[in-house]
Each structure stands twice: as C-alpha cells, then as structure tokens.
Design a protein around this ligand. Structure first.
Ligand SMILES: [Zn+2]
Length: 482
C-alpha cells in the first residue's frame, strides 16, 4: 500500500523530469520501498534529517579543523568533539562506477540514490536511468526539503541530492528542474542561471527570469545578508552571488551570509508548518575549493565556518530530539598532508628538520586572502612588483623562494597533477614554512568519515560504501527497510 502511494506521488512528479527512464525509477523504488519495518528500527525513524556536508573533507581535514579551532580560536570543533566522539562514526568508500577517484557529482549521486554512477553524472546511472534522489523520496513522503550550499545552487552536490542530469555542466537544465521540484529552501550562489543573458550577470539562453518565477510561486527572495535576516516565510530562495559564494577568508559580511546564518534561516523556514518533518542538506563547498588550490589558510577558515553551522544543527536537535544530524563529506581533496620537513635544502640532517606544530599553525593566522583571490588580484600576467606587494600585504612572514617565483612569473606548473596556477605554487610557498604540504590539486580516494547523532544514527556505523549511505537515507526517510 505504502509502495503504491509512493509510486503514484512520484508518477505525478515524473512528468516534470527530463529523462525518460521511468522504468528504472520504479525498479529502484521497489528495491527501497519495502513494507514491514521492524519495531526496533521504526522507533528509530527521525522526523527531520539534517545532512551537514563539507565537500572534499576527510580525516586529515577534520583533524586540522579540530586542533586549529582549539589553538587559534579557543573553541571546540563540534564535528569531531561532539558528532564524531559522542555520535556514531563510520567511514565511506567513495569510488564511482568508472574509476577509483570520484568527482562530487558521482559521490553525491551515490550518497543520494544508493546507486553508483559515472563521474560527472547527476543521479543518472551508466545505463542512462534516472534513479530517485533523497530529496525526491522526501518530497514524496510529504516532507519539506531544503538545499543550502556555498557553491552555486546547481553545483554537483545539491543537484545530485535532488534532481537528474547526464552532465553536471547542464546548469540551465538543473535550475529548470529546481523550479519543477520546488525545494522549500534553496540557498547559495549561482544567480547567473536564474537570470536571462539580457540582464547584467545573467547567463540564461531562453530569456527567462527564474527568480521572478520563484517569487510568483510564493517564495521570499533574499539577495544579501540583510534580506536573509528579514526573511520570515516558509519558502525561501537565497541567491547571494552570481556564481560561487566567497571563501570565508575573503567574504564581505554585508553581501554574503555565513554557512551558519544560512543554516539558521533554512531551519527557521523548514520547521514552520512541517507536519511530516523535513530533510535539509547544508554544504560548504569551499573546503573542496581550498583543497584544489592547496590553500591551508582558506581551508582552515572554511572548516571553522562549516563547524559553526554544525553547531546550529546540533542546537536545533537539542530542541527537537527527533532530528538526525549527519556530518560527512564526499571525497578528500588535495591529498592534504601536514608533515615534518627540512627547513631548507642545505643538509639532509635531522637537525635541519621541523615538525609542523603550534608555531607553524600560527603562521596561517595572519593570512588575509585566499589563493583564489590572489589569482584574481595578480591578473593574467603577474608582474614581480605586484606579486611582492600582494605577498607582503596578505601573507606576512612568508618568503617566496626563487624557484617558485619563477614558476609564478613564467606561469608554469611543477607537475601534471597540479593544475591551478598560481594557487598551487603559492600553496607550496606556505607548505615550505608550515609543513602543510599537499599531494595533488585534485581529489583522492581516501575514505570519508560520516558522523551521525540522533534517531537512526546507528545505520552509519562502521566501514561502508557511499551507496550504503544513500540506501540508509532512503530507509530513514521512508521508514521502511529489510
Ligand atoms: Zn572538487
């Protein structure tokens, strides 16, 4: 009975889906929507689920967040200190169906649908089938849904948790699907694909103003922090940047809210008039982007900003204990490897070695620009004078060795797995004095921790695959499992 109702609801919404893969969806539903939940599990069904998602974060990033928060801002890091320590802890393997190293689209799809997909695909299997996403399942159960990110709202992770595309690059098509899905809360960057090419910052080819359409559907629209603070409705569209929102280290607080402020607003909107509860995804994408740039200082502040949002989720849970809070990531980015290293190349003697510790960590604190912002400031053909000026302004205490200076001024990379210039070279400058080295500018297959606290958390214990995460999510939303 339950399965039939669910299918009917989904069939009604399928008319809006772009891919004709309905047979696959029905089969997938048959696999997940089973009746007869054991009583022990039924008692564990959460009313609300909050998924806190730091893109590109694995164990090394989380631990960096923990000790840097303790040492530099004298604050606990609740992801490790509360969720991982007091909740249930698991590890997820992350490979997509066509490689060992995943992108965010494939990892997000597995975690949302329970199916492996190819890199770049959004909840569409290698055979071309659109498989139900966590947010579609939630909606079919009458739950309210929210998607929050510091990336564009149509970026891989929020898209994979809610809609479908053969390619994550189909930005306009993904925005069209959001309009059809109508998430109750949709917040982040990416105003560009909501506005027609004819207006400044618009990129849509069809001349449509999707912001106006959302407004006509009863959404409150916030375009800056003050408008977000003033929002008091149940449906909210927040678009705070043309494309990605800024790194915390570069952020203008009047223009862009923090991840925590967005989380507060999302919970306020979703918890109003929600008889069946809600599912909320909050992503900080900057933890991934900082990894690509090999930017330890920006990563540190992005981790703190994310953890402040986890605090908001835990505070909500304290007041609404029927809420499950999950904290996780999708893959590791950058092969982040704090280590010991030689101070210089004069001798290999261990006397010439330093172990990264408090003194090195403290060198990150006065840095006032992300490496991506440095790229913008340096421009296409950086001059030595501008480079020196910017370094003394934003990276006090750091020196740029001649070999690295040559790479930046000559716009050359050091290796084939370092493809961001000048960010990766400046990242190496920081590494030489702090020990915060990086192995790559891409993703790595390091398993990602998942912490869960609240009803249903037990499902996430132990070493599992990222598709298991998706299956558990469906079970918890449906209240049905084998
Ligand atoms: Zn990435």
């Amino acid at each position: 009975m339950r399965y039939r109702n669910l299918t009917r609801n989904l069939l009604a919404s399928m008319k809006k889906w772009p891919l004709a893969a309905y047979a696959g969806i029905a089969l997938a539903l048959a696999a997940t929507a089973l009746s007869g939940a054991p009583a022990a599990f039924a008692a564990q069904q959460p009313r609300n689920i909050i998924i806190m998602f730091a893109d590109g974060a694995a164990s090394t990033q989380w631990d960096f967040g923990r000790y840097s928060s303790q040492v530099l801002r004298q604050q606990p890091f609740v992801t490790t200190d509360v969720v991982f320590r007091e909740g249930v802890l698991g590890l997820l393997s992350t490979s997509p169906s066509d490689a060992y190293v995943t992108d965010s689209a494939a990892a997000g799809s597995a975690m949302s649908t329970g199916f492996k997909v190819n890199n770049g695909a959004i909840a569409v299997t290698p055979g071309g089938k659109a498989v139900p996403t966590a947010m579609e399942i939630a909606k079919s159960k009458g739950k309210r849904i929210g998607l929050v990110t510091t990336a564009t709202v149509y970026d891989a992770t929020p898209a994979a948790f809610s809609v479908h595309a053969r390619s994550r690059r189909d930005s306009q098509g993904l925005v069209d699907q959001y309009l059809a899905l109508e998430p109750d809360v949709l917040m982040g960057g990416g105003a560009d694909y909501f506005l027609p090419e004819s207006v400044p910052g618009g990129k849509r080819k069809d001349g449509k103003d999707i912001i106006a359409t959302f407004r006509a559907k009863g959404y409150q629209v916030a375009r800056n922090t003050a408008e977000l603070d003033a929002a008091n409705g149940t449906k909210l569209l927040g678009l705070f940047a043309g494309d990605d929102m800024d790194f915390e280290i570069d952020r203008d607080p009047a223009r862009e809210p923090t991840t925590a402020e967005m989380t507060v607003a999302a919970l306020k909107a979703l918890s109003r008039e929600s008889p069946n509860g809600f599912v909320l995804l909050v992503e900080n994408e900057n933890t991934d982007t900082a990894g690509h740039a090999n930017d330890a200082a920006a990563l540190m502040r992005a981790l703190w900003a994310f953890d402040d949002a986890v605090k908001v989720a835990l505070e909500f849970q304290r007041r609404s204990p029927d809420t499950l809070v999950i904290v996780t990531g999708d893959h590791e980015t950058g092969g982040f490897s704090p280590t010991y290293a030689l101070k210089d190349l004069s001798t290999l003697s261990s006397k010439n070695r330093f172990y990264s510790g408090d003194a090195q960590l403290r060198l990150l604190e006065p840095i006032t620009a992300s490496l991506n912002a440095m790229k913008e400031k340096l421009g296409k053909q950086p001059s030595a004078a501008v480079l020196d000026q910017l370094l003394s302004l934003h990276f006090p205490g750091f020196r740029l060795d001649p070999d690295l200076r040559e790479l930046i001024l000559g716009q050359k990379t050091r290796e084939r797995n370092f493809s961001y210039l000048p960010q990766n070279v400046l990242g190496r400058m920081v590494a030489r004095q702090t020990g915060y080295y990086w192995g790559t500018s891409g993703h790595t297959p390091q398993p990602v921790p998942v912490g869960a606290i609240g009803p249903g958390a037990e499902l996430f214990r132990g070493y599992q695959d990222n598709t298991d995460f998706g299956k558990h999510l469906h079970r918890l939303i449906l209240g049905d499992w084998k």
